[in-house]
Design a protein. Structure first.
Length: 265
């Protein structure tokens, strides 16, 4: 017989999925007592949370009756507490940002910070008040800060520059704004002439003051005050020996004009 390489063939039996055994893993049955026991515990937890929430919302200790306040200078703590509008509110309903916005709407308050916590000090308020830069008299006397914001005058402060509006048709109101150029010009005049205690204001002629030599000078809106002062002093030196001015108007330093009471001759 011719030689042949014989290969041994191995037949592989297809692997069939294992058949589930009879009587496999049994499910554990829970007794009726176990089911009822868990339902009872869940209901008890819900009832407990509801009771706690009810106590939290109804207990008097969580309603605000007082706050801690700092930073006040001219305002009283009672006024700040009133303006915060948190009295008798529940601590959960207090939004610090809303309280800050309300306080910063008060003209005397420049900035407010509000912190909310837990008893005993649930609300803390820190304010920064505006500083008065001058006194404005227009029907009533008020304070004005460097930005022109009109505030209620809290007390009599010595040394503040006064601006009087002699022919005002209606009084000024707290919360209004004076043009910043007017405030800047007035403070600049006071800086150049520290002896000036009172200035005038006219809606048309602007800032003015009574010169001790017998006339009134008007400087307009308060802009270019250095230039106006130089032109004013040069003009006075030129005319004072010849005429007695009644008014000198410097609203436009390029075109100043004056009225004459009498001529000196």
């Amino acid at each position: 017989m011719p030689l042949r390489s014989a290969r041994r063939q191995v037949r592989r039996k297809p692997i069939s999925p294992s058949q589930p055994q009879k009587g496999g893993v049994r499910r554990r049955r829970r007794s009726l007592w176990q089911v009822l026991n868990w339902q009872f515990v869940s209901a008890l937890m819900v009832a407990g949370c509801g009771a706690l929430l009810y106590l939290f919302l109804s207990m008097d200790a969580f309603y605000i009756k007082a706050v801690a306040i700092g930073g006040e200078r001219y305002l009283t703590r009672e006024e700040i507490f009133r303006d915060s509008d948190v009295a008798m509110q529940h601590i959960l309903w207090v939004d610090p940002q809303d309280v800050e916005r309300r306080l910063e709407e008060v003209p005397n308050i420049a900035d407010a910070t509000v912190l909310v916590g837990w008893p005993p000090t649930m609300v803390q308020i820190l304010v920064v008040e505006r500083e008065p830069a001058l006194i404005w008299e227009q029907g009533i006397r008020v304070w004005v800060d460097v930005n022109g914001i009109v505030m209620k005058q809290r007390e009599d402060l010595t040394g503040l520059l006064r601006i009087v509006v002699p022919n005002a048709t209606e009084p000024i109101s707290v919360g209004q704004r004076i043009p910043k150029t007017i405030v800047d010009g007035a403070l600049q005049l006071r800086l150049r002439y520290p002896n000036i205690d009172v200035l005038l204001y006219d809606a048309v002629k602007g800032l003015g003051y009574h010169d001790g030599r017998g006339w009134t000078v008007w400087f307009g809106s308060g802009e270019d005050m250095d230039t106006k002062l130089r032109v004013y002093n040069a003009l006075v030196a030129e005319i004072v020996d010849e005429v007695q001015p009644g008014e000198i108007v410097m609203s436009d330093p390029d075109r100043p004009y004056y009225t004459v009471l009498w001529r000196k001759s």
